[in-house]
Design a protein. Structure first.
Length: 133
């Protein structure tokens, strides 16, 4: 997959947001219990594309995940499947120092789908916005 750099915005000395792009498909979640390797592969691929942020996150964050569909992809029946499919990505955000933890205490997630920019897909756009201290 093609690698795109992440963008980081600062306000004063504190980090305010990250904009990360994962180029590639989200795993299919049409099974009740997906294989652990599916989640691990997404985590590994996200870390390859996003890298490790040198300064660990220390604030609660709101994460917006937008799945941009590719030319022949369909919308997921229920986007809850998308949040399950993104679990490897949320693990990569923690391991890559973008989130303290992916628990509700440290992060809230919002998942969307976008079929209007199919020429850019398949890809996943992740916006991490940090709360003020």
């Amino acid at each position: 997959p093609m690698v795109e750099a992440s963008e980081m915005r600062f306000h004063g000395n504190s980090q305010t947001s990250h904009h990360l792009i994962y180029v590639g498909h989200l795993p299919r979640m049409n099974r009740q219990a997906p294989h652990w390797g599916v989640r691990w592969n997404l985590k590994r691929n996200c870390l390859k594309q996003w890298g490790i942020w040198p300064r660990p996150a220390s604030q609660k964050a709101h994460v917006t995940v937008t799945r941009v569909l590719g030319p022949r992809e369909r919308l997921m029946d229920e986007w809850e499947n998308g949040s399950v499919a993104f679990k490897g990505g949320s693990d990569a955000l923690v391991q890559g120092n973008y989130l303290v933890d992916d628990s509700p205490q440290w992060a809230t997630f919002e998942c969307r789908q976008d079929a209007s920019r199919r020429s850019l897909g398949p890809r996943m756009e992740v916006d991490v916005r940090y709360e003020s201290a």
